[in-house]
Design a protein around this ligand. Structure first.
Ligand SMILES: *Cc1c(COP(=O)(O)O)cnc(C)c1O
Length: 363
């Protein structure tokens, strides 16, 4: 039988990835995610209508960009004859690792900060058969422990400190370049453990080295209560509604700063109120439901644009402006998050007049 036209990121980008003939590819056809324009948001920010694009990484098989890294990390773990894979996770890494481990027939163990993981992510890890351990401690404590267990007990660690993760995740930059015909001028994205900003920068630089064309300014965004890269020191008790970036000691700290500096970008912090507002705006005005952490990048864009960040640009450059926001994960995995917005809703009897008057009351 003919193989399907799209076979996942390893099939598509094999030449740029650390896989050989002996690697059995473990794939769920991750990658190839949509790059959707956001004209209403662009207009509101007084940008050209086609300037703003959303990379919808929530469309990956387990609902986040983690799948791009996991297909490479799990394929390599299988090749190396690993005893199993292990990760610390705020949720999406666990869901992804569990799915790819199931696919590979490998054991998977996940260490989660107790109470800090969205319901859909935990549900996925359990459904895929992972051994789930809730830790009375932060993500940072979980990662430090996972690294030690991996060293001592022979599990393969599949957090983004595993270089295969970064290699797989860089393919998102290739896809953006292919869609635009060039790199964007700016890329806004949330930053937690900082693996993803490291991966994108690697992808853009590899492409740049081959073709000598432009590079984006890398605009990393953290939540104010969990902004070690902005403060310049670790945060012992990170706090934010955005659980996926509730991280106080990013593993890829130095690489994230390097991406910022080399690209002439920045790393900024936004408040939870700004994150929630951007999150709701995307859902209501663009029809895109991401998770709160993903909206942090857009909140950073809004802050930058309203602060006049794009004003100093000459007219012709402005006309051709391309800004990409990375929406890292799908909103459906965190069904409890919308409670933060206190939506109104009414319960009525199954009666026409009751329904009509409820509709009018809700406007
Ligand atoms: C993992 C994750 C992040 C943060 O990515 P890092 O590589 O840790 O910086 C952001 N958003 C979502 C939805 C995630 O799952």
């Amino acid at each position: 039988m003919e193989s399907p036209s799209y076979g996942g990121i390893i099939q598509k980008y094999r030449a740029c990835l650390p896989v050989g003939k002996g690697t059995t590819v473990v794939s769920l056809l991750e990658g190839n995610t949509p790059l959707v324009c956001a004209p209403r948001l662009a207009r509101w920010l007084e940008l050209p209508e086609d300037a703003l694009l959303l990379k919808i990484e929530g469309m990956n098989p387990t609902g986040s960009f983690k799948d791009r890294g996991m297909t490479v990390a799990v394929s390599k773990a299988l090749e190396a004859g690993a005893r199993g894979i292990l990760c610390a996770s705020t949720g999406n890494t666990a869901a992804s690792a569990a799915a790819y481990a199931a696919r590979a027939g490998l054991r998977c163990a996940v260490l989660l900060p107790e109470g800090g993981v969205a319901a859909g992510k935990l549900a996925a890890a359990l459904m895929h058969g992972a051994s789930v351990i809730a830790l009375r401690g932060s993500f940072d404590a979980a990662l430090a422990l996972a690294q030690r267990v991996a060293q001592e007990d022979g599990w393969t660690l599949v957090n983004s400190v595993n270089p295969s993760r970064i290699q797989g995740q860089k393919t998102a930059a290739f896809e953006i370049i292919e869609a635009l015909g060039r790199a964007p001028d700016f890329q806004f994205m949330p930053v937690g453990n900082a693996g993803n900003i490291t991966a994108y920068w690697l992808g853009y630089r590899e492409w740049h080295a081959a073709l000598k064309k432009g590079l984006p300014k890398m605009m990393g965004v953290q939540a104010k209560g969990a902004a070690p890269l902005v403060l310049g020191r670790p945060v012992a008790h990170p706090k934010t509604v955005a659980s996926a970036i509730r991280i106080g000691r990013p593993a890829s700290w130095a690489a994230a700063l390097k991406a910022k500096e080399e690209s002439g970008g920045m790393i900024a912090a936004v408040s939870d109120a700004e994150i929630l507002s951007a999150w709701r705006r995307l859902a209501r005005e663009e029809g895109v439901f991401c998770e709160p952490a993903s909206a942090a990048g857009v909140a950073g864009l809004i802050r930058f644009a309203r602060g006049g960040g794009f004003h100093r640009m000459d007219a012709s450059k402005r006309k051709a402006l391309r800004i990409v926001c990375i929406l890292t994960g799908h909103g459906l995995k965190d069904p409890d998050a919308p409670a933060a917005l206190r939506f109104r809703r009414r319960t009525v009897d199954p009666d026409l007049r009751a329904v009509s008057s409820a509709l009018n009351a809700l406007k």
